[in-house]
Design a protein around this ligand. Sequence first.
Ligand code: BMA
Length: 394
Amino acid sequence: MSSIWAVFAALTFLGCSPHSSLNAAPHSLIDRQATPQTIALFEHMSQLAEQQIMFGHQDDLAYGLHWWNEPNRSDVKDVVGDYPAVTGWEIGGLELGHQVNIDGVNFANMQAWIKQVFLRGGINTISWHIHDPVSGASSWSNQSPVEQLLPGASHHHQLLAYLDSFVAFNQQLFVVNEFGQQVHIPIIFRPWHEHSGDWFWWGKGNTAEQDYIALWRFTVHYLRDVKQQHNLIYAYSPDRSRLRDSHFTEDYLWGYPGDDYVDIMGIDNYWDMRGEMDQQLAQQKLASFVFSTEQLSKLAHQHGKLAALTEAGSGRLEYPPMWTEILLTGLQANTWTKRMAYVLVWRNSNLDKEQREQFFTPPPEHPSAPYFKRFYQDPMTLFNADLPPMYRAP
Ligand code: BMA
C-alpha cells in the first residue's frame, strides 16, 4: 500500500495526475473558518480519493463480537493487523443526557477513543440516531415532528437543546499541543442520515422535503455560525435501497440542502452487497453497485464535493467473497467508481450483550476473513498505518 502511495506521490510531483482528464473540481469546506487541521484533513481526503479508498469501521475500538471495552482492541486489527483508517461513532442518547449511547457505549470512553484515533493519525466520523424531541420516540418512528422543530415553531427550543448536547460533547474533543494550545479534533459529522428511507422520523414519507432541507440548513447554521464549531465536515447520506436506478439523481437529491451546506456526498449502501447470494446474483449486485457508485461519483463531481460510501457492508457476511468480488471489484470498475473517499462498514454487535448476529467485519475463523485480508492487502485500500499525516497541510 505504501509503495503505491509513493508512486502516486511521484506522479503528482512530476505533474502527471493519473486522472487529469476528469478535471477535478477543487473541494473547499462549507465552513470558511474551519480549523487548519480540518482543512488539512479534507485536502488529504480529496487527494487520496483520486486513487485510493480509506476503510472505516463503526465502533471499532469500543467492542467487538466477543469482547467489550478492552484497551487497544479492534476486530479489524485482530484479523489484518491494523486499525481502520476511519472510525465511526454513534451518539444517539446523548441528547437525553444519558451516560451511554443507544448501544451501551459510554460517552466519556467514546471521547477518549476519538482522541486516540486522532493521535494515531486516523479519522473520526459521528452519526446520530437522535430521539424525537416532541414525542420522545426513538429515531425509528414515523410520526414526524420536523415542522415543529424549525425556527419559530412550537418545539424549536427542544431542537436547540438537543443540538447543544452535541456542542458540549464536541467542545471536549481536543488535545493539547506542545505549545499548550487546544487543537480541536476534526470530525466528519453525518446528521439526519438515510432520509431517503421511511424508517426515521426525519425521512422521506414522514417529512416534507422543504422541512428536511430547513432542518439540515438550520443544523449547519447553528453549529457553525451560532456555536462556532469549526472542526466539522458535513456528510449527506441517503440510503441506496430507496434510490431507483431509473430516477437516481432525482431520488438522491430529494432533500439535498444545497452545495453551501454539504461537504461530502455519501450513500449508505447495504443494498448492493448484503445477503445470501450465488455467483449469478453476486454479478447482478456488482453491476448495481458499480451503477450507484458511478452515479454518486458523477453527482459529487458536478457539485464540487467529495464522494464516500458513508455506510456499507453486509451484516453477517453470508456471501464471503463480498469484499473482493463486489466491493473491491466494483470500486475498481472505472475512473468514476475509483473516486470514493472512504467506505465505512457498520458495527460488530457484541454477542453477549445483544444476542444477535450482526458483524460487518469477519472474525478470524469466518470464511469471509481470507477475502477481507485480500481487500486489506490491495494497494487501493488504506488502513490506519497507510495514511499520510492527515492533519498537516499537504
Ligand atoms: C443500527 C443498528 C442498531 C444500532 C444503530 C446505532 O443500524 O446497528 O442496532 O442501535 O445502528 O448504532
